[in-house]
Design a protein around this ligand. Structure first.
Ligand SMILES: [Zn+2]
Length: 109
């Protein structure tokens, strides 16, 4: 008897964060949060995933979604898994474990 071929899961993860987090630079306190852009791009992505009957895990950044928690609810309502991407997008190596722990805890409240 020939064994069944191995099943390879398709795993897709997505970071939900503002545009400036891509550069690794932090821009703070300058009113640069653009929830309208984040919402528009998120809707495009959710539509694409729905058309292909695909589910993903969305790692949400607290600082990007603090003023638009409905986006997180929209992701969950579409059947996707929600994870945390922390609060402030700070590298662990820069802030240390205690501060990283606090960052994660803040992101889940
Ligand atoms: Zn990120």
């Amino acid at each position: 008897m020939t064994p069944a071929p191995p099943t390879v899961p398709n795993i897709l993860t997505i970071d939900v964060e503002d545009w400036y987090h891509l550069s690794g630079e932090q821009i703070r306190g300058q009113g640069r949060l653009r929830p309208d852009i984040l919402a528009r791009q998120l809707d495009r992505l959710l539509g694409l995933l729905a058309r292909h009957d695909c589910r993903a895990t969305f790692f949400c950044l607290g600082a990007s979604l603090v003023n638009s928690p409905e986006l997180v609810r929209r992701i969950a309502a579409a059947g996707h898994e929600i994870g945390t991407h922390g609060w402030g997008h700070q590298p662990v190596a820069r802030i240390g474990l205690p501060a990283f722990r606090q960052d994660l805890l803040r992101s889940t409240r």
